[in-house]
Write a protein that binds this ligand. Sequence first.
Ligand code: CAO
Length: 475
Amino acid sequence: MARKKQKKTKAASKKRSRKVVKLAARKPAAKKANGNGHLPRPSSKPFGQDGKALTGVRILDFTHVQSGPTCTQLLAWMGADVIKVERPGVGDITRGQLVDVKGADSLYFTMLNHNKRSITIDSKHPQGKRVLDELIKKCDVLVENFAPGALDRMGLTWEHIHKLNPRMIVASVKGFGPGPYEDCKVYENVAQCAGGSASTTGFREGPPLVTGAQIGDSGTGLHLALGIVCALYQRNRTGRGQKVLAAMQDGVLNLCRVKLRDQQRLRAGPLTEYSQYGEGIPFGDATPRAGNDSGGGQPGWILKCKGWENDPDAYIYFITQAPVWQAICDLIGEPTWKTDPEYATPRARLPKLKQIFGRIEQWTMTKTKFEVMELCNKVDIPVGPILSMKEIAEEPSLRKTGTVVEVDHPTRGKYLTVGNPIKMSDSISEVKRSPLLGEHTDEILSQVLGFKAAEVNEIKNSGALSAPKKEEKAA
Ligand code: CAO
């Protein structure tokens, strides 16, 4: 009996193992939660020729200005079909902001809306609502960064969307998360200030400063993109969508994480890596502005280079990393500092950083920033030339990698843009020009939504897709 059972079990396990092999090779096995046995067979197509990371994902893009468009542009570069909904006649307000070529979409707009399609819909018009409802049924993700409550006021509440399409992910950028400021409208610099960046940027003796990097807008767009991709991944398992919120204050604070670290370190004593420590200036009760001090344990500063008198960018960031201290001493002509107990250890140098950087600067001022870069890199000293936007735009290596790309546009001609900064070996991004306002309205209505010609005409004639006619001027 036992032998019979054993035989039966063996046969069953043989059968099972055969079946497992077959399943692993062909079909997703829903029950297999761990391991990667549920994945399809590895593609035999060459890398870069089997679609893109987000092929098959369709995004209803209700974004405007910078934060939301940054997010959906990234998703578009990853292969998602991004349908940008714009207000008839006006479009995304940035189309007409900071205009440099009369009659053409601004660089502000074109550089944030590549690889998208544009449809114009008045979201408050009954026929516009009908089109939006159909789009909701056909899309995987709705992304928006309207002022708080605006989406609800259009009738597009979470309940409405979730009922129409329970798989829909609804992703939002807002200025603040729930709390006292949740109803506020927020722009980049507001977020930089509320997220802790401004209070920790600038020089101790000066006012708080905002940074050039758009950490509030583009930074939050990046955070939201990650949230969306994770929600898509979770949906593979649960089958349902969810709300994704990236608040700009939270995104900025996340990028200022090390400053909250320093806030807590203050309890244990002065922040010794801040040059204020070496200068004998007492710390207050909040993380101070650190000028150009390096944020980590390796002291650094921005130093003048040859030509600084006329060129505002003739500077270099110089890091006195401890392991290369000896090389630094040799390079700047202070070989005795290698063994002098006053300079030989990082601890001994801390109170003298200003003086040490002053001496290094005497050396850097005799060389161009690129010469300093070359000499230092030979001996592994980490330095960073301060590159102007002109130099970056002209840098051949950035053109080669597609980080800086030249794009042609029908109304503005050729312009430069920043391509996808994330490079993937099997999902290659091509940068396609931004859409003209409403350029894809017809194809989306017919091809994506399947409206017949008569229905398209009915919707168009209703005025839901076009700008209201200007009132005749009174005679
Ligand atoms: N059809 C009809 N109406 C439309 C429409 C369309 N296709 N698209 C937008 N609208 C309407 C909205 O419904 C809203 O109307 P209500 O006020 O009646 O609800 C109106 O346009 C204005 O939208 P808004 O308040 O979002 O725009 P704003 O220019 O006044 O504010 C901003 C802009 C960015 C401050 C605000 O959207 C915001 O705080 N967003 C969240 C935070 C954010 O992303 N900030 C970063 C911006 S980039 O620096």
